[in-house]
Design a protein around this ligand. Structure first.
Ligand SMILES: O=C(O)CCC(=O)C(=O)O
Ligand SMILES: [Fe+2]
Length: 268
């Protein structure tokens, strides 16, 4: 496992070097996209949404199942929120930050943030304990769902806003750089989707500080490694919001639950 890679700072526009890095490796990491106060306010907002959803026994949002689990103290928590941007102004205002628009350039003028499509803005909350329901995620690509939908593979990127500072021993995102250039066969069969949790000799550990932003290509193979420590040091929160192109396909309260989302319930 390697942890060494170049990290960038986001300016008004992506530089040619940043474009080239992303095109070559299928990911890019920007330091300090938001400051610690913003991280705090986002985390607090997620706790408010969590309180509402527990009170109202929300099991799905726009057809997407919500993952619940237990915190270290045994309290019920939400471990995977979907469409969180539709449930608190802190999130809907956050995505209006004009710097997000500069990121759309990576796939071109047709691109948009999928705040009302797919799973919307997702917030994952991992914690490693016996009672936790979310400690890791097996190898996958994010683009497979489009194949399930019988659509042609539209460009899709996932933008991550990292709310926890991680060392490699805290687990977290592991990627296989360059796999966004593989053919369809490799995208389908390189690894067993979600079941394979084994470290890969070529994997890179993404090691963010709280407030950093990453982008990965929808065709890139990645997983979330379980923390090798337990308890508070294993707590990890990260937001994802997709950049997509192709036909606008908003979801609403009547949207069906699709097959892969049922499967995602098996992921612990
Ligand atoms: O939690 C992460 O960093 C990655 C999660 C992920 O890959 C996903 O939700 O598709
Ligand atoms: Fe993913």
């Amino acid at each position: 496992m390697s942890t060494v890679y170049k990290k960038f700072t986001l300016g008004d526009k992506l530089t040619p070097e940043q474009h080239n890095f992303f095109n070559e490796h299928g990911f890019i990491h920007f330091k300090k996209f938001i400051n610690p106060e913003t991280v705090q306010s986002i985390t607090r907002a997620s706790e408010q949404v969590q309180e509402q959803w527990i009170k109202n026994e929300v099991t799905k949002v726009n057809g997407v199942p919500i993952k619940y689990g237990k915190d270290l103290n045994g309290d019920t928590i939400v471990q995977r929120f979907a469409f969180i941007n539709q449930h608190h102004p802190v999130f809907s205002e956050f995505i209006q930050d004009p710097r997000f628009n500069t990121l759309l350039d990576i796939i071109g003028s047709e691109a948009r943030f999928g705040t009302d499509e797919k799973d919307g803005m997702v917030l994952n909350h991992y914690v490693n304990s016996e009672q936790s329901n979310f400690t890791k995620m097996g190898w996958h690509t994010d683009g497979l769902r489009d194949i399930f939908h019988g659509q042609k593979l539209n460009p899709m990127l996932n933008v991550g806003i990292h709310l926890s500072t991680l060392k490699p021993e805290n687990g977290g995102l592991r990627i296989l750089p360059g796999t966004h250039k593989q053919g369809l066969y490799q995208m389908l069969f390189k690894k067993k989707y979600f079941l394979d949790h084994d470290a890969d000799e070529n994997e890179l550990a993404i090691t963010p500080e709280a407030g950093d932003l990453t982008i990965h290509d929808g065709r890139l193979w990645h997983r979330v490694a379980q923390s090798s420590v337990i308890g508070e040091a294993s707590r990890r929160r990260v937001i994802y919001v997709p950049i997509i192109a192709g036909k606008y396909a908003p979801k609403d309260a009547n949207s069906p639950t699709v097959f892969y989302q049922k499967f995602a319930g098996l992921v612990k």
